[in-house]
Design a protein around this ligand. Structure first.
Ligand code: JJW
Length: 451
């Protein structure tokens, strides 16, 4: 028997994000976000797709909650669109936006599903971008005001909060690599943005403590994982830089109150880039949190390469199997990452806030045969279990995603859902992975080897 058994109180869930699923971009008083602007500029998003309609969950949320109910999850992670609440970023509150999230949360609670709410999943109000966006500390103030408004409004209804989703993506992918909104390519700018995102996180943590002492709060950094090709000093150091950029850069400030020196020095020496730390910032950023969310999708083996990029590293291709978005399938990296976090930061409670696979299988005779996704989930959930057996304090797992949705720069072609969405009719069809996951949730175990 190759039974992978989870504790009875392990939390199972699914995750989504506002701009990826809601649609209704011009309804309910919603203001524009940087993703509206970015996706409408040709060349930024495949097929010139955008989130105007998406899955139309703004209107179909009851149908979506019914899918969650049948699946049997105890938790649903979603995000609020800041520009629905404050169309201009700050200033006047849009009650209609707030009302929408109350309807959604009430529907979840009525079905006994706990809401886990992300405050910032990348849809920065365009009005704030026009005033400097995350490069400006005013955006930190605006975020804190938005967070306080939400905390007060949902006190007693939402007890688990995530401040910032994937700060590496919202800073470096968006402002250095130029792949996500606002599509800039400036390492200094990206580093400033990263610092202000962490500061915004810390401010919101402090605000929640004053408003609702019962609630729990964390954030959700993303981390790919590189494993060193060899024990050579050069390979080890190169991989340390790559992992450090994704992991230590966003976790040392929160858990240790400092940025990793070796990377601070690297940025300074190579690119003359510095972190704009002001007095008191690191104390705010390192405010104690209740858990950390980890978003894991991919990893690889890598080695030193003098000529290659900012970090002098080469990602090797060992002929990995890849998902349809091209990311190597690397469940070992998940185990290594989780045990690494445990060793470095202590036994902090962890939620897997995102994990999942892109496979673009369609509907045939009412069925979606996404065996590859099931296989990915098996191996990655087993890695989580391995980590737990090694002492990592994992509280729950949330599959990305409940349904196919707007996959950012990849548009609608790249499908991560366990529920298929037909983007012409918006019809939802449960995939085979949905049924596999439902079975796992009801039994708390799965067999590594198919019976
Ligand atoms: C692109 C690296 C080129 C989302 C990327 C790195 C390429 C030099 C998925 N997680 O939709 C995309 N996602 O909204 C949050 N996470 O480019 C949720 N990370 O470098 C999912 C990372 C990502 C990426 C995409």
């Amino acid at each position: 028997m190759s039974k992978i058994q989870f504790p009875q109180d392990f939390i199972w869930g699914t995750a989504t994000a506002s701009y990826q699923i809601e649609g209704a971009a011009n309804e309910g008083g919603r203001g524009a976000s940087i993703w509206d602007t970015f996706s409408k500029e040709p060349g930024n998003v495949k097929n010139e797709d955008n989130g105007d309609v998406a899955c139309n969950s703004y209107h179909l949320y009851k149908e979506d909650v019914a899918l969650l109910k049948e699946l049997g999850v105890s938790t649903y992670r979603f995000s609020m669109a800041w520009p629905r609440i404050f169309p201009n970023g700050d200033g006047e509150l849009n009650q209609e936006g707030l009302d929408y999230y109350h309807r959604l949360v009430d529907e979840l609670l009525e079905h006994n599903i706990k809401p886990m709410c992300t405050l910032y999943h990348w849809d920065l109000p365009q009005a704030l971008q026009d005033r400097g966006g995350w490069e400006s500390r005013e955006t930190v103030e605006a975020f804190d005001h938005y967070a306080k408004t939400i905390f007060s409004s949902f006190k007693g209804k939402i007890s688990t909060w995530i401040t910032i989703n994937e700060p590496w993506c919202a800073s470096y992918l968006s402002n250095y690599l130029g792949i996500h909104a606002p599509g800039k390519k400036d390492l200094q700018l990206a580093t400033t943005v990263a610092h202000h995102l962490l500061l915004a996180h810390g401010r919101a943590v402090q605000s929640l403590r004053k408003i609702d002492a019962q609630a729990q709060i964390g954030y959700a950094p993303n981390a790919g994982w590189s494993e060193a090709y060899s024990d050579s000093e050069q390979d080890q150091q190169a991989v340390r830089r790559a992992n450090g950029w994704q992991v230590e850069w966003f976790m040392d400030p929160v858990f240790k109150g400092e940025y990793p020196d070796f990377l601070v020095n690297w940025f300074k020496e190579k690119e003359n880039v510095t972190v704009p730390i002001q007095e008191g910032d690191m104390d705010v950023i390192s405010s104690p949190i209740d858990f950390v969310g980890i978003n894991y999708y991919t990893g690889n083996v890598a080695r030193y390469d003098e000529g290659n990029g900012l970090f002098h590293i080469e990602n090797l291709d060992f002929n990995y199997e890849r998902t349809d978005i091209g990311w190597p399938i690397y469940p070992e990296g998940f185990y290594q990452l989780l045990t690494y976090l445990n060793d470095r930061y202590g036994q902090v409670p962890i939620y897997i806030t995102e994990n999942g696979a892109c496979y673009n299988d369609g509907v045939e005779n009412g069925e979606v045969k996404d065996d590859n996704r099931i296989s990915y989930m098996r191996s990655h959930i087993a890695s989580v279990h391995r980590a737990m057996q090694s002492g990592v304090n994992v509280k729950g797992y949330l599959a990305w995603s409940l349904m196919d949705n707007f996959e950012w720069a990849e548009g609608y072609d790249m499908r991560f859902g366990i529920v298929h969405v037909n983007f012409d009719t918006l019809e939802r069809t449960k995939k085979n992975s949905y049924y596999w996951y439902k079975n796992l949730i009801s039994q708390s175990y799965f067999d590594l080897i198919k019976a």
